[in-house]
Design a protein around this ligand. Structure first.
Ligand code: ZN
Length: 432
């Protein structure tokens, strides 16, 4: 794609703004080189592309494919999607849609067209991971934290170079008892290194949330239980009480933000939900009383089945055993949640260089018992609502973002096609 002039720094230039801006610009320069190289390779897109006379970035017509609207389940054959300046201007059956002249055209004959997917839990710390997430179908995402605020720079990268990163809700650093090296992520976090017990007092918890808010986080990430992915930790051990979680939620709310909470044990899940979190992450042992409370409050469930299925494949015997034990329990929790009416969001929990396709999480949601359409909704309309993108992501209809996937077959018949999109459009730009 064509990279426009680098936007000037924000007029409200603060020390934090300078730091975030420097990171964003560093990412842009590296990524812009890759984008130019990729743009020259016109064979990268799967569909046949006809450049438009005006060839304006963000203007694109996708035509000839079968369009699925996850909101209604409606399927439109021989469809046309007109994207102008990165936003859908019109979508529907060919003949019923006015096709403008001079736009680049992407031929989707024989393909299915879906809105770009949403990964509601992913860790993006490098430009390569951000680009990979888009190529694998996640055109919008919510960060599950980044050690040094890289996710905030990724969010800015996505704003000016949408083909290079998903539209992102950034979480900043994890609110966790032991920050480790993350105390170096911001000078205002360094005093926390002195605390013998780690980040546990109301004041320390507020400090981490406040630094995140000052750095521009969109959401706050915390935990109630230890980690499943480390063999020496017991994921059922609780690290924060309901009162401590309520402190984090209150601090986030003062900044107008919601909290996502890593949870495993039923007591931990219950305390997190009662403390007022916005979404429960992992949640393998969540019980019915907590699910009913989630239904009542509208708390989301992001089970990250991909991550637990990944544990089962681990070469570490403790982790492999944990994954094999947890996966069927988590699937039962997912279908119980769905049947009770708890909103579900798809998230891969990808981190550390390996980006899992969000389509794989949709497939796992289906294997837990959701219908194909309901499974697709967890990565489109459902997750979009959780991210506050109700009128932006999850559908391809007038006014929504011009983010689309081209698939090799009917996802309602075989969801595995979602894992390997044959084309990805991000804000009207062919990204893969
Ligand atoms: Zn995570």
């Amino acid at each position: 794609m064509c990279v426009e002039a680098i936007p000037p720094p924000s007029s409200a230039l603060t020390r934090r703004g300078v730091l975030a801006g420097a990171a964003a610009l560093a990412g842009t320069v590296a990524a812009a080189g890759q984008a130019t190289a990729a743009g020259a390779d016109r064979g990268a897109a799967s569909g046949r592309r006809t450049p438009g006379a005006t060839a304006r970035v963000g203007h694109l017509v996708i035509h000839g494919g079968t369009l699925l609207d996850p909101a209604t389940g409606e399927v439109t054959e021989d469809a046309v999607v007109v994207i102008e300046d990165g936003t859908v201007r019109a979508a529907g059956r060919r003949g019923g849609v006015t096709v403008p002249q001079g736009f680049e055209v992407l031929d989707a004959h024989g393909r299915w067209i879906l809105p770009g997917l949403v990964d509601a839990h992913i860790h993006l710390s490098t430009a390569a991971e951000a680009r990979d997430a888009v190529r694998k179908g996640a055109t919008s995402a919510r960060s599950g934290s980044a050690s040094f605020y890289q996710d905030i720079a990724v969010r800015e990268l996505a704003r000016h170079s949408p083909a290079l990163a998903p539209r992102l809700k950034a979480a900043g650093v994890f609110v966790t008892p032991n920050l480790g090296d993350t105390v170096l992520a911001d000078p205002d976090l360094t005093p926390l290194a002195r605390l013998k017990d780690g980040v546990r007092s109301a004041e320390a918890l507020r400090r981490v949330v406040d630094v995140n808010l000052a750095r521009g986080a969109d959401v706050i990430k915390t935990r109630v239980n230890e980690r499943a992915g480390l063999p020496e930790q017991d994921p059922l051990a609780q690290v924060y009480s309901r009162e401590q979680l309520a402190e984090i939620v209150a601090a986030a709310r003062r900044g107008g933000k919601g909290v996502l909470c890593h949870s495993y044990s039923e007591q931990g899940c219950h305390d997190a939900v009662m403390a007022g979190i916005r979404s429960l992450e992992h949640g393998a042992f969540v019980g019915e009383r907590t699910l009913r409370e989630m239904r009542r409050r509208g708390t989301y469930f992001t089970p990250t089945l991909t991550a637990i299925a990944g544990l089962a494949e681990s070469s570490d015997p403790i982790l492999a055993e944990r994954g094999r034990t947890y996966l069927p329990i988590l699937k039962r929790a997912v279908i119980a949640a769905h049947e009770l009416g708890v909103p579900l969001a798809a998230g891969t929990d990808s981190s550390g260089g390996a980006v899992d396709p969000i389509g794989g999480e949709v497939e796992l949601m289906h294997s837990a018992g959701l219908s194909p359409l309901d499974a697709i909704r967890t990565a489109t309309t459902g997750a979009a609502r959780l991210l506050g993108l109700t009128r932006t992501a999850g559908r391809l209809t007038r006014g929504y973002a011009g983010d689309a996937l081209l698939l090799s077959g009917d996802p309602l018949a075989d969801l595995s096609v979602l894992k390997r999109p044959v084309g990805v459009v991000r804000a009207g730009v062919v990204a893969a």
